[in-house]
Structures are given as structure tokens and as C-alpha cells.
Write a protein of this length. Structure first.
Length: 180
């Protein structure tokens, strides 16, 4: 297993620890900061694994499939944790997760037909906006950051929808090959 794939697996392993610190109240505010550090480190592994894979020609089918899945696990877990605290509404998180299920299903159908669908730029922009949103929501700096968070919530929602339409439009042949 090459370094980019190890970073992807590390990101997946970090998710339960992140969720633990997000949802456990016994540690007080320290848990929030630990969760924030874990989320930031996990997010950085997303940046690093892609850069390393492309620079050193270490792109694999495992990475193309698991990297976006690791991102979905990390970001969706964070957003689910934020529903209870009131930082995000359930309808928003449901739309985000629905898009992720649709794209994952799309990738599975493509995979059955020997096609690997890599992340698009719209999908990458969506992930970056969601990660930035989550970081600021966890940090909860208040003041002007509340306005920035609100803007990032709406930007993330828009990019979620745009990237879904982009994936389907660019890969509609998968639907016809998949017997749909």
C-alpha cells in the first residue's frame, strides 16, 4: 500500500476518534479543541494524499474510490454531530448525505462496468467548502465568523447540488451501461 493510500486509511481511522470528542461532554471545552485538531489533521491528509499521488504517479483505483469515501465519512460524521448542537439543521445534512449516497451508488454502478469515476473539480470545491465550514463551526469564534459560517453553509449546499449535477451529466453513460 503506497503513502497516499495509507493517508486515506488514516483519515478513515481518525473519524471515530473525532466523533468521540465531538459527542463526549466529560472533557468540557478541551474536547471541542481536540475534535477540531483531529478534523484539521484529517482534512490535511486529504490534501496531502492527492498531491503526493499525482506528483509521484501513485494514483490507484483504491485511492480513486476510497479517498472520496474517506472525505464523505469525515465530513458527514461532523455534520451529523452538529445537528444536536443546533449548528446545522437536519434538512441541510440530509441533502448533503443524499448527494453522497447518490454519487457513491453511481460509482458502484460504474465500477461494476469497469469504470472508475474520480473526483471532479466541483466535488473537490464542495469538499473544501464543507471542511472549511465544519472547522469554523467547531471553532465557534462568534462575531463576524458567524456570518462567514452562514455563507459557507449556503456555499456548501450550492456546491453539493452543482457537483451532483456535474457528476451525472459527465457520466450519464454509466446509467445506460448499468441497465438503468
Amino acid at each position: 500500500m503506497n503513502l497516499p493510500n495509507k493517508l486515506t486509511v488514516l483519515r478513515i481511522i481518525m473519524v471515530p476518534f473525532f466523533v468521540f470528542f465531538m459527542l463526549t461532554e466529560t472533557g468540557g471545552t478541551a474536547n471541542k479543541w481536540i475534535a477540531l485538531v483531529l478534523f484539521c489533521v484529517a482534512s490535511l491528509t486529504d490534501l496531502l494524499d492527492g498531491k503526493i499521488a499525482r506528483k509521484y504517479h501513485l494514483v490507484t483505483n483504491f485511492g480513486k474510490f476510497m479517498d472520496p469515501l474517506a472525505d464523505k465519512l469525515l465530513v458527514c460524521s461532523a455534520m451529523i454531530c452538529m445537528i444536536d448542537s443546533g449548528k446545522l439543521t437536519a434538512w441541510f445534512v440530509i441533502i448533503i448525505i443524499a448527494r453522497e449516497f447518490i454519487i457513491s451508488g453511481f460509482r458502484l454502478v460504474a465500477s461494476d462496468n469497469g469504470i472508475v469515476i474520480a473526483a471532479s473539480y466541483w466535488g473537490k470545491f464542495k469538499t473544501v467548502s464543507q471542511m472549511a465550514m465544519v472547522i469554523l463551526l467547531i471553532a465557534d469564534f462568534g462575531g463576524v465568523f458567524d456570518v462567514i459560517c452562514e455563507a459557507l453553509i449556503w456555499i456548501s449546499l450550492a456546491l453539493t447540488i452543482i457537483s451532483l449535477v456535474d457528476y451525472v451529466a459527465k457520466n450519464k453513460q454509466v446509467l445506460t451501461q448499468g441497465g438503468m
